[in-house]
Write a protein that binds this ligand. Structure first.
Ligand code: AMP
Ligand code: GLY
Length: 423
């Protein structure tokens, strides 16, 4: 089979490595990929938002199955365009991708179907939003409606910050069209859990839970990033929480999407907060998380391609999806200064392969003499072990063998989770 993966970060590298375990996979292409992914797939510099060129590529390269891994092409209808040529795809169509691409759509869906989430108001005029902020409960959270590279959410501890966030979104257009409408929502407190799930529109199969570390620095300080590391499973996601999520969040969401005429097929990511009133949805993503994928897929025992095709074909109910009982940790090595200001073009030397460890390349280019950093998040170093403690130690030990002079990593990935486990 010829497989096409659309995207070019660490998540895509993890997906490709997992897909290649299937013996029927002959050729994997990745658009645009990166210098590290080039070791595992044929990469071409076609941007993930260039739908006409992606479709042309898929046609001329006789693609049998495509995995659209990134949010932008999903929101732009890449799956619809490929399906129109009878190329089966993993991922939601454009209508279903709204669950991530429009926070207003997601919030209204949750309200209509009674899915637990923060209370909210929607605004399309800055003046009305500013009036509301004068008297709303503080802290509050201001969210741009559309896709904003993960930067469209501002948690505001003061009224002044909330006003600034409204002005930045709606008047200064910091996120362009994405901030034309905004959601202002109730501030929730509690530990966060990421649950990625496979769904074919009717059946939903949660994957092993995970915990992201979004802030740039140790102790959850510094600016929000795309994610500086992950662990799985997440100790806050107890069997009781899992059962409550299935009953009140996962199944109701899948049914709601079907009832709205946009059944969701692919990977639906539930960003949850475990509040004192039970689990609530912080956000939905219409795709695998990055870097959650880098700890979740190494724990998948079933064949990824088989499970993906079952979601496309509506056969998930009869397809076994098994996860290992082990634990995984992923430490991101970013460029110094990420996410604010950083330089690229530093040489990277990767250590020799080791059992139970993987390095997923997120941002690098290949030059004749080797790999050079390119971008903010550069590498994801994952280890799988019998316990979380061992997985964290092994990921850091392996990361320590990487040579990359401009590299920066947090030193406390998994610390909070280990504290929970130790009680
Ligand atoms: P998002 O981009 O939607 O994942 O939001 C980024 C981060 O903002 C989340 O991971 C939370 O830590 C925080 N956040 C989002 N919504 C809320 C909320 N209603 N209350 C508290 N924190 C929130
Ligand atoms: N790690 C968060 C995300 O993928 O959105």
């Amino acid at each position: 089979m010829n497989i096409l993966v659309i995207g070019g970060g660490g998540r895509e590298h993890a997906i490709i490595k997992a897909l290649k375990k299937n013996k029927d996979v002959e050729q994997v292409y990745c658009l645009p990929g990166n210098g590290g992914i080039q070791g595992d797939a044929e990469c071409y510099p076609v941007g993930a938002k260039n739908i006409p060129l992606i479709v042309h590529f898929a046609e001329t390269h006789k693609i049998d199955y495509a995995v659209v891994a990134q949010d932008d092409p999903l929101a732009l209808g890449c799956v619809d365009a490929l399906n129109a040529l009878s190329i089966p795809c993993f991922g939601p169509d454009k209508k279903a991708a709204r669950i991530e691409a429009s926070k207003v759509f997601a919030k209204e869906l949750m309200k209509k179907y009674g899915i637990p989430t923060a209370k909210y108001e929607v605004f399309t005029e800055a003046r009305k939003a500013l009036d509301y902020v004068e008297s709303c409960p503080i802290p509050t959270v201001v969210k741009a409606d559309g896709l904003a590279l993960g930067k469209g959410v501002t948690v505001c501890m003061t009224r002044e910050e909330a006003k600034k966030a409204v002005v930045s979104c709606m008047e200064d257009k910091a996120f362009g069209e994405a901030g034309r409408s905004i959601v202002i929502e109730e501030y929730l407190e509690g530990p966060e859990v990421s649950v990625l799930s496979f769904t074919d529109g009717e059946t939903v199969v949660p994957m092993v839970s995970s915990m992201d570390h979004k802030r740039a620095h140790d102790g959850d300080e510094g600016p929000n990033t795309g994610g500086m590391g992950t662990i799985a499973p997440n100790p806050y996601y107890t069997p009781q929480v899992a059962a409550e999520c299935m009953e009140k969040i996962f199944m109701p969401t899948i049914r709601a999407m079907a009832a709205e005429g946009c059944p969701f097929k692919g990977c639906l990511y539930f960003g949850l907060m475990i509040t004192k009133d039970g689990p609530k949805v912080i956000e939905y993503n219409c795709r695998f998380g990055d870097p959650e994928t880098q700890v979740v897929l190494p724990l998948l025992k079933s064949d990824l391609l088989t499970v993906m095709r079952a979601t496309t074909e509506g056969k998930l109910a009869e397809t076994p999806v098994e996860f290992s009982q082990k634990s995984a940790a992923c430490v991101i090595i970013a460029s110094k200064g990420y996410p604010v200001r950083y330089e690229s073009g530093f040489k990277i030397e990767l250590p020799a392969p080791e059992e139970g460890k993987e390095i997923y390349v997120a941002g690098a280019e290949r030059r004749p003499d080797g790999l050079y950093s390119k971008g903010g998040r550069v590498l994801g170093v994952t280890a799988v072990e019998d316990s979380l403690e061992k997985a964290v130690a092994a990921a850091y030990a392996y990361a320590g063998k990487v040579s990359f002079s401009n590299g920066y990593m947090r030193s406390d990935i998994g610390k909070k989770a280990l504290e929970v486990l130790e009680g």
